[in-house]
Design a protein around this ligand. Structure first.
Ligand SMILES: *[C@@H]1O[C@H](CO)[C@@H](O)[C@H](O)[C@H]1NC(C)=O
Ligand SMILES: *[C@@H]1O[C@H](CO)[C@@H](O)[C@H](O)[C@H]1NC(C)=O
Ligand SMILES: *[C@@H]1O[C@H](CO)[C@@H](O)[C@H](O)[C@H]1NC(C)=O
Ligand SMILES: *[C@@H]1O[C@H](CO)[C@@H](O)[C@H](O)[C@H]1NC(C)=O
Ligand SMILES: *[C@@H]1O[C@H](CO)[C@@H](O)[C@H](O)[C@H]1NC(C)=O
Ligand SMILES: *[C@@H]1O[C@H](CO)[C@@H](O)[C@H](O)[C@H]1NC(C)=O
Length: 388
């Protein structure tokens, strides 16, 4: 009895194994929206019948070839205009399929069936689709830091870390949203403690790759007409540089091959861009005050440095208060002279009256002069304090 059971078991194992063997698939990794080659080969013969199927749930016709030509009348709609064989390779027994514009839905098992007079051959492939993490963004709004990325497959993971490490868990909230194309958009917000000089870094990881975004904040820089802002230099492998103003306006962009391009609005203010990404600014006015963001990125990392610049209005439009003081003093002198002349001209009519009038004007003039000197000195002091 038990012997029978054992042989049954062995048969069972054999059936399972042989099934698995038939199904043994090669994994083919394809990138979303790119082209992908599904390899398949047969024993060379001029007259071949090739049938590519998608097999997982139901059998879908992907590509059919016989009588030395493609037969696409019954091709599944999903694959319209997206498949082709390498015609020049067929005589060498190469029945590989080129699939373009790979979609997430293409992730499936594929069967390549080839038939010639010398025999039949089946090949199974597992197509795996990846949409790697490409652009990763990090930005700060108040004490809230947000990190996000879009169009990822399969579902990514997001982690935060700080430098120096935080001894408390950070309040963070991550949301994941799947688009119609089955891709994942991810976004996470973290509420950072106020006034801390930490470096925040966010990593988004998926099967294919991972990318890290690092946010560093510089303290406020106060400048006059010109200044230099540094972009924290990474290990020199940065391939892309981007300077933005107040989050939206682009100032300078540079990719690995090209030279830095300064946008039209900033041509007057950008003096130079250094090798390490530093920005040298000139002819600044308070209008150029705001947040300057530098983004340096390479294959794995995006380094964001945010600097708040305050531009003080100094020199240019403010006139030295002494100038207006001199004008007022000169006017007062002329007024005094005119008044004294007039009173002298009236001399002879009433000496007593003229004398007292003269006296009065003299005193008035002395008072005006004293006030002038006082105002001038005070003004000068205020001006010097303001420009210090
Ligand atoms: C396939 O390509 C042809 C010509 O390039 C175009 O007219 C047709 O609309 C395309 N079909 C699909 C399903 O994209
Ligand atoms: C079949 O042809 C394609 C396209 O030229 C090529 O990439 C592939 O390596 C070939 N496969 C074999 C087995 O020669
Ligand atoms: C965290 O560190 C700060 C300063 O380093 C300290 O004051 C605080 O007590 C620490 N908190 C905990 C929970 O260890
Ligand atoms: C983010 O929040 C989760 C719980 O919501 C917590 O487990 C995790 O440690 C937090 N991450 C960081 C970096 O503090
Ligand atoms: C720079 O190099 C150091 C040591 O080689 C490494 O720890 C660090 O992560 C690198 N930083 C960047 C931004 O590549
Ligand atoms: C830039 O941002 C700063 C601070 O948020 C603001 O005061 C300034 O008006 C902004 N400048 C421009 C040109 O938008």
């Amino acid at each position: 009895m038990s012997g029978f059971n054992f042989s049954l078991f062995l048969t069972f194992v054999f059936v399972i194994c042989s099934t698995v063997q038939v199904k043994a698939e090669t994994e083919i990794f394809c990138i979303f929206m790119q082209r992908c080659i599904l390899p398949c080969s047969f024993q060379g013969s001029s007259d071949v019948f090739i049938h590519w199927f998608q097999t997982k749930t139901e059998s879908l016709r992907v590509h059919l070839y016989y009588n030395n030509m493609d037969q696409l009348g019954l091709q599944n709609q999903n694959f319209k205009n997206r498949t082709s064989l390498f015609q020049d390779q067929l005589s060498k027994g190469n029945a590989s399929l080129l699939l373009t514009g790979v979609k997430v839905e293409d992730q499936n098992i594929y069967r390549c069936y080839c038939s010639t007079i010398s025999g039949n051959k089946e090949t199974f492939l597992q197509l795996i689709v990846d949409a790697p993490v490409s652009d990763i963004r990090i930005h700060q709004d108040g004490n809230r830091i947000t990190c996000s990325s879009e169009g990822i497959y399969p579902q990514p993971e997001l982690t935060w870390s700080t430098e120096p490490p935080s001894n408390t868990t950070l309040q963070n909230r991550t949301t994941v949203h799947q688009t119609e194309e089955k891709l994942y958009d991810i976004s996470s917000s973290l509420t950072g403690p106020d006034g801390s000089d930490r470096i925040y870094s966010c990593t988004i990881r998926t099967r294919r790759n991972q990318r890290r975004a690092i946010l560093r904040q510089k303290s406020v820089i106060v400048s006059s007409r010109q200044t230099s802002l540094s972009c924290s230099a990474s290990n020199g492998s940065a391939s892309k540089l981007l300077w933005r103003f107040n989050h939206s306006q682009v100032i300078v962009s540079r990719s690995s091959q090209s030279r830095a391009t300064v946008t039209e609005e900033w041509k007057l203010h950008v003096k130079s861009v250094s090798e390490s990404g530093g920005l040298s600014l000139q002819d600044l006015s308070p209008q150029q005050g705001g947040i300057y963001i530098c983004e340096l990125s390479n294959e794995e990392e995006t380094l964001v440095t945010s600097t708040f610049l305050k531009v003080e209005d100094r020199g240019g439009t403010k006139r030295h208060p002494g100038v207006s003081m001199v004008v007022v003093a000169a006017a007062a002198v002329i007024l005094c002279v005119v008044l004294i002349r007039r009173s002298r001209n009236q001399k002879g009519q009433n000496t007593f009256l003229i004398d007292s009038k003269l006296n009065f004007f003299n005193q008035l003039c002395i008072m005006i002069f004293m006030t002038q000197i006082f105002l001038y000195l005070t003004g000068l002091q205020l001006y010097e304090e303001a420009t210090r």
